[in-house]
Unconditional design. Structure first.
Length: 404
């Protein structure tokens, strides 16, 4: 675990703790809005619209926030965004509990998504910036940093629904949103002003003009971006299908706890993936990881009990964790000069967008045809992820970027 000791020693444990807690609100808000609107207004349709508005708006606002951070620095951009996001969430709480049309709720939902604090991609930019200046840093350290970030990302995206469920059931349906506001104002702002912000711009691009935006449209970047979007879609598909399954046996309130099983194996394999040698090219890591996930996903349609669901999720996590690590590492490797935060924000936002799309579309499938149809949807989604990994192998073949 030498690379991780080096990383945490270089950045300090406060950075790790603040950075982990500060990303929780992003994982809580989509599910929190869904829970709050359903409980308060009694309409799953309105809840779906409001939560989807958050996720889709985050997909639009995320890259804009990242571009702003690349231009003006992370500190003030992240602080302003955190304040706007918190205000929009509080306004949404008032609107949901008032006799106003759903359109008003959607306005505040969209504003919440547009001003989503992009802490995770900014943390990745800080890691990469620090390593670019450190004389002892190697590609293994960069991969380990991406592995840690991907692990933290996945754990929070799985932990978020669990926290929402606990707060909503123990306190009130509004509690998860209030909790997200408190965490944002405390930990996101603390992260914004942490000393690590000085590392946000990598040395190789600090003295040069940023690459043109058209550089973001290259296939080498779009294919892994589509892969991360698909992983987000898979998260939404699993959560929605599992909710349908748990509802069929009268235990829908325990969905988050069962869903969290995937984070156990994915966290372990994500951290181990960060220790892989640089000669194991990223393109092959992605393909191998999703192949493992695909094999595990074939078991979903046969799930008929909670223990069975947990076992399948544990095996699925073996592949999904390393896949996320690898895709983020590819993103860091192919990011255009001066556009690192923009790229990391694009990839981070794509998870939220994918999760929202997966929840919105698969919920209709599960409602019409049952949770088994959703389980087949999980296998199909992982199949798409495998196809994208194969395309990336072709695009990253030796002669173009041997390590990638």
């Amino acid at each position: 675990m030498g690379p991780y000791r080096f990383l945490f020693g270089s950045m300090g444990w406060p950075f790790v703790v603040i950075g982990f807690l500060g990303r929780l609100p992003v994982a809580m808000i989509v599910v929190g809005v869904l829970t709050m609107v359903t409980a308060v207004r009694g309409s799953l349709a309105e809840a779906g619209i409001a939560s989807a508005a958050v996720g889709l708006a985050a997909g639009i606002g995320g890259p804009l926030v990242g571009a702003a951070a690349d231009r003006w620095g992370q500190r003030w951009v992240l602080t302003v965004v955190a304040i706007i996001n918190s205000a929009a969430l509080l306004a949404m709480v008032v609107a949901v509990n008032s006799p106003v049309p759903i359109g008003v709720v959607m306005i505040f939902s969209a504003l919440t998504g547009l001003a989503s604090p992009q802490l995770a991609p900014m943390a990745r930019a800080r890691w990469i910036g620090m390593l670019s200046r450190h004389s002892d840093a190697t590609p293994v350290h960069t991969n380990s940093a991406m592995a840690y970030e991907s692990t933290a990302e996945e754990v929070t995206f799985i932990l978020g629904p669990v926290v929402v469920g606990l707060l909503a059931s123990l306190i009130s349906p509004v509690a998860p949103i209030i909790g997200a506001v408190v965490i944002t104002l405390v930990f996101v702002v603390a992260f914004a002003w942490h000393d690590s912000a000085k590392h946000a711009v990598a040395r190789s691009s600090s003295d040069a003009a940023p690459a043109p935006l058209r550089e973001l449209l290259r296939g080498r970047l779009l294919v892994p971006l589509a892969g991360m979007l698909t992983i987000g879609y898979m998260f939404g598909t699993i959560l929605t299908s599992l909710t349908g399954f748990m509802d069929s046996i009268g235990l829908e309130t325990s969905t988050g706890l069962v869903y969290g099983a995937m984070s156990v194996t994915s966290a372990v394999t994500s951290l181990l993936a960060g220790l892989l040698p640089g000669r194991f090219a990223l393109r092959w890591r992605w393909l191998l990881a999703v192949a493992v996930a695909l094999v595990a996903s074939f078991a979903f349609p046969a799930v008929s009990s909670i223990p069975g669901a947990i076992v399948v999720l544990l095996f699925l996590g073996l592949g999904i964790g390393p896949a996320m690590v690898t895709i983020f590492s590819i993103a860091a490797a192919v990011a255009p000069s001066g556009r690192l935060t923009t790229v990391m924000t694009l990839f981070g936002s794509s998870i939220i967008v994918g999760q929202s799309l997966g929840t919105a579309t698969i919920s209709q499938l599960v409602t019409a045809h049952g949770y088994q149809a959703g389980f087949f949807g999980i296998t199909a989604t992982v199949g798409v992820l495998c196809a994208l990994a194969a395309v990336n192998v072709v695009l990253a073949r030796p002669g173009r970027a041997s390590r990638v």
